[in-house]
Design a binder for this molecule. Sequence first.
Ligand code: ING
Length: 311
Amino acid sequence: MARFVKVAAAQMGPVARDEDRTCVVARLLKMMREAKDWGCDIVVYPELALTTFFPRWLIEDEAELDSYYETEMPSPDVQPLFDEARKLGIGFQLGYCEIVNEGGRKRRFNTSVLVDKNGEIIGKYRKIHMPGNSELWDKPAQHLEKRYFEIGDLGFPVFEGFGGRIGMAICNDRRWPETYRCMGIQSVEMIMIGYNTPVGIDYNFDHDVLASFHNHLVLQAGAHQNATWVVAVAKCGIEESSKMIGQSCIVAPSGEIVAMTSTLGDEVIVHKCDLDAGLPYKEDLFNFGLHRRPEHYGLIVETAGPITPQK
Ligand code: ING
């Protein structure tokens, strides 16, 4: 008996710096209802879905910085999304900025939550691979995520939900093979990844030209090599003068892109995903127990080697 999950990727266009949560949540609700009209079981939203991508700026006023974070989930502004999910009987994944008081101190994370069809949170993930810098750098644009978020402390958990095994990652995580493999060895069947990916933030023009290629390259490789579905959802377009890539997509365990957006705005794409599609790969080509030999890999360099080979 096939286990189908009908998934909607709800790509978002730009969110302005002064766009308040109620307007943003209204956009998310509109796409949730569209997803339900398509008969979807779950709708996946981008990273930092509730606000503009503020790590592009140096923000030194703590009150202003705090305004981009949620101190509870659901927060009052986001509660309508949970209520509508319960009313419609559809789950969702949401990326947002989290402030918690843990260990007697204020901690900030780039977070995503997985919510079931009853509007209950069944899983949380905190971004581990934090790109950019903590101080201003001498580049065409800033990317200050290391300044505004701690490294995630929840690992890469895999949750039972929607009839399968669901994992999450956030943006830069998708560029690192360990992200997928940590969930692959937990037999993950679908990984949901939101992203905000600007171009033009460094001097390597080829990075910009290849940004969309690199986006799909890592998603397709991660999906195939770990026999899992990947649902990758952008916030994109020209957001506060920052150009961010779109091409949100749904990738099958074969590595094939089965659905992709074609705009840089709010756009819902849908695919009926067979969670058993990964089994032929898990049982044969990528049967870790049969073919994978980490014990024979020899010394795996655990830290980055020298960027330029020593003379
Ligand atoms: N964004 C980017 C990403 O990994 C980045 C960071 C930008 C990397 C440009 C390389 C080039 O897609 C986030 N939010 O991680």
